[in-house]
Design a protein around this ligand. Sequence first.
Ligand SMILES: C[S@@+](CC[C@H](N)C(=O)[O-])C[C@H]1O[C@@H](n2cnc3c(N)ncnc32)[C@H](O)[C@@H]1O
Length: 268
Amino acid sequence: MRVVDLDRDMSDVIPTSLTPDSEYLFARMTEATLDATCASVGRVVLDVASGVGQDSVALARSGARVVGAEPSGRMIAMAEAFGRDARAPGAAAPVWVRGWADALPFADDSFDASFCKGAMDHFDDPEAAIAEMARVTRRDGRVVLAIANFDSLACRMTRAVDELREDWLGWPPLRGRRGYDTPSDHFTRYELDLMREQAARHLEIERVLGISIGWGMPGWATLVGGLPKSLVEAGLRALDALARRYPTLADVIVLVGRPRSTSSTTSR
Ligand SMILES: C[S@@+](CC[C@H](N)C(=O)[O-])C[C@H]1O[C@@H](n2cnc3c(N)ncnc32)[C@H](O)[C@@H]1O
């Protein structure tokens, strides 16, 4: 039996207010992911696990024809409402399709690009999802995968601080859930090597990009929130440039690839 809640709306994990470091991270993650699809007038793009549909709606503004695939009926209903409200004049609204990432309801080579942002760790079979994205994307198209790195520099440093406090000094934990532990609604704890390994079986990896460094470290949001805005922006941009170069340190990893002609689990 599948253990995914088809009525889940995930409003419990959608933050209602953002600190400047979170705002920066989410904006850069979205920008890098959507840019990598090369969406433009006439191109057909698939958003896998489209959630409330904000990325599909943003891409549709470029003139691309966007399809959002999502298994949760409640998320699709929210996307439909959001799509109606946020649609730019003249832009076609995205089409919402109910479907699992590992059994995408589309023919081979249907899309110029497909992307999956912040969702693969929620899938019970994420590698099958990559294979499916490779199958439905044209050979000269792009598959873009964006996911949180649970072995980022911030995760490693936070774990070291916790070990020092709790194991060596015997102090109580700083917080309830630890950012480097896999949340209860995740099936996979992604880091760079695992992402590369799974993707390489189905994609010719073109580039791997790191986004942001430091997110979630103890005291980081407070420090960033207390500094002058211009200094914060310059600092976050500098860390982001470092992340681009060293994705293993980054808070989020964006991987871009072309479908392999012989993917190990697809038939084409
Ligand atoms: C954290 S949300 C991310 C949504 C969106 N991509 C974004 O960036 O805002 C994760 C999404 O994955 C969907 N999901 C969970 N399991 C799935 C599966 N096996 N196939 C496709 N989507 C799935 C959930 O319904 C949810 O909409």
